[in-house]
Write a protein that binds this ligand. Structure first.
Ligand code: DAU
Length: 341
């Protein structure tokens, strides 16, 4: 089997590339090597049989068209994904997450052999009050420039699939975490700063809830979705763990796993428009026999160990990738005025 994976040097993409190669797939990884990509996430993969790397942008339709030829599946992980950055630079999210997807869809139109799998998010539904859970038919209500771009992309996938009879699967996941995740995100940011003994900027009251899924469990969900019989329409499927906890609880666990005092946690000014809670109903995926295997506390322990053991991989994101400037803009004033818990 042959796959075109976009964004394969990023967090989720790199795990998917490795999983497919292990299962004997031929994999072409198309990655634009933006700040969020880390080629070190794929150390050792370059020399593997069946692996090809192409540096390029999903917005380059002719390039994508050439790469799609002969692929059985196209898996799209190329995206701008960080909500905080979308609040600083919304237009770049429309470019990568909407125009990029339209470009991919245009490239796929003439290739009936290829099934399209598109990575989406529980954030397209906006915040849900407990005990609500979003099933696959929940109406969209995105609130951030990031989630609005992902919702717009999904609508394009739906429109192309409907109009041109293209097979497409949209996978909406909750918060995924684990090795290789960029240090801008909550869990890696808190782990790496806790390791360094630096303050941990917790937005608002820290009582927001997220549903956390370990990366290996996401990969097994994706593989189950790829194995589904093909349909010439669009289908959506949810991959959530059901494990919903507050950010404060996650931060406290990170302090305990890194043997740091909770006094490192600093409540800071909240993210504008911060969604309070996401929750997915993943019974369709569970109906396929899929189950998440890694509970949050074990996944967090594994993740902490990985960041402790692999600074040579994750610290690449700290140097020469503009992270310092981003950190200044995002956190300097916030942390300056922060007290301990
Ligand atoms: O829900 C799925 C989504 O999860 C994905 O679609 C996104 O691509 C991914 O970035 C993630 O979005 P979140 O905004 O939930 O993730 P983030 O790691 O940025 O933040 C997780 C929670 O932690 C959120 O409630 C905000 C909070 N937070 C985050 C950061 C970076 C803090 O309290 N302090 C921080 O410094």
């Amino acid at each position: 089997m042959r796959a075109l994976v976009t964004g394969g040097c990023g967090f989720i993409g790199s795990h998917v590339v490795r999983a497919l190669l292990t299962r004997g797939w031929e994999v072409t990884n198309l990655d634009a090597l933006t700040y969020a990509a880390n080629p070190l996430n794929l150390s050792g993969v370059e020399a593997q049989t069946g692996y090809t790397f192409v540096e390029g942008d999903i917005c380059d339709t002719p390039l994508v068209r050439a790469l799609v030829r002969g692929a059985d599946v196209v898996l799209n992980f190329a995206a701008e994904t960080h909500v905080d950055r979308s609040l600083l630079k919304p237009a770049s999210f429309v470019h990568a997450d909407v125009q990029g997807v339209v470009s991919l869809l245009d490239a796929l139109r003439g290739e009936p052999g290829a099934a399209f799998f598109h990575m989406s998010t529980d954030e397209v539904f906006g915040a849900l009050e407990p005990p609500l859970e979003a099933d696959e038919d929940q109406p969209f209500a995105p609130t951030s420039p990031y989630s609005a771009s992902k919702a717009a992309a999904e609508l394009q996938v739906r429109a192309y699939s409907h109009s041109y009879g293209m097979p497409a699967t949209v996978i909406r996941a909750c918060n995924i975490y684990g090795p290789n995740q960029h240090v801008e995100k909550f869990i890696p940011l808190f782990i790496t700063r806790a390791i360094a003994g630096e303050p941990l900027p917790l937005y608002g009251d820290g009582r927001q809830q997220r549903e956390w899924l370990y990366i290996d469990d996401f990969v097994s969900a994706l593989l189950a979705a790829i194995a589904l019989p093909r349909v010439d329409c669009v289908r959506a499927i949810h991959a959530g763990s059901g494990e919903r906890v507050t950010n404060l609880d996650v931060a406290t666990s990170i302090c305990s796993l890194t043997a740091r005092p909770v006094s490192l946690i600093r409540p800071v000014d909240d993210r504008p428009g911060h969604d309070r809670r996401y929750a997915l109903d993943s019974s369709r995926m569970r109906g396929l026999g899929w189950r998440p295997m890694v509970p949050l506390l074990s996944g967090l322990a594994r993740t902490v160990s990985w960041y402790q053991e692999h600074p040579e991989i994750w610290s690449r994101a700290l140097s020469g990738q503009g992270f310092e400037g981003y950190f200044e803009e995002q956190y300097r004033t916030r942390l300056a005025g922060a007290d301990t818990l």
